[in-house]
Design a protein around this ligand. Sequence first.
Ligand code: FES
Ligand SMILES: [Fe+2]
Length: 375
Amino acid sequence: MNVVARHVCDIGKFDRDPEKSYTLPAAYYTDAGIYEREKEAIFFKSWNYVCHGSQLSDSGSYITCKVTDQNIVVMRAQDGILRAFYNVCSHRAHELVKGCGRANILTCPYHAWTYHLDGRLRTAVGQKRVDGFESHEFGLKPVQVEEYAGFVFVNLDLGATPLHQQAGSLVDDMKNYCDIVPTLKFSHRLTYEIKANWKNVVDNFLECYHCTIAHPAFVDLVDIHRYRTKVFGIYSSHISPPGRSNNSAYHLNSGGEREFAAWWLWPNVTFNIFPGPANITVLHIMPTGPETTYETLDFFFTEEKPNEDEWSAIRYVDDVLQPEDIGLVESVQRGLHSKGYMQGRLMVDSERTFNSEHGLHHFHSLVLEKLGELK
Ligand code: FES
Ligand SMILES: [Fe+2]
């Protein structure tokens, strides 16, 4: 008998009620079998952030991205339609393109098969001499693509419900804080390789319980005691009135009255509007293994070239905020292997104050539901 082994993990004292619940048990952050199940049940079935719409507005533009170990290319063909495919040649599986750019056709670097930007095979060298070769069998294999709230997302599940139906009022909520997000321009990308499970990194974003201890400049930039987290369907909002314009984080010549407003969208992307002139920063948290994560931070401003104040904000994030958070999550990742730790307690208070960890409970519940461990 062929029995398929299924990694089932004990959820311990995790509870549907956030005020009674413990955290996800440590094994969820370290176990390779659980990570394989997450790839199938979460990453290959959910909407994954790719870029801002302006980065793919021209016909012939393409951009590549990864969804865990799956390489994807998104491109706008000459007919103006945005399409996404697995970034793999249909001949012998060489990677088709790298990075981003503009092209009229895509040419595989191995044996020079060429493809139209709508995914059809254009030419295969020597195809007329191969008996029964059918071009239409060897087009690129599609995945779903959708533009939402000014950004481009892909979904490997061809049957997945569109993101605009899943995300509810997220786009309207974002517009209330910065109504020109779709017209902003890509300005800068920071990247980080983090020695931590992707959920550990998401957890850290979802609470500000650590902010007063770990982020002295951030608690100067915002009015931390009025920072509030609210959970909705597949996203949560994290909003705070601004703090002092002469704060210790970065220079604010204008726009200091703008609130800090951030949203986490299932499963692994956050959108952040900082005090200052119109801006949005996208933090994307993609696992590369059970205990490693590749993080990108994309900055969008009114102009491609950041001005002096915007550079000062980028430097604050890169030199101060990110190292503070990465140090925390990497320490937690080591601690999750300790024989002295199994499962902690979520610190959720009934008033949902700035210290409350109900955002983590919302996230953990979605993870367990998708894994079929919370009915
Ligand atoms: S693998 Fe692409 S042309 Fe051979
Ligand atoms: Fe933090």
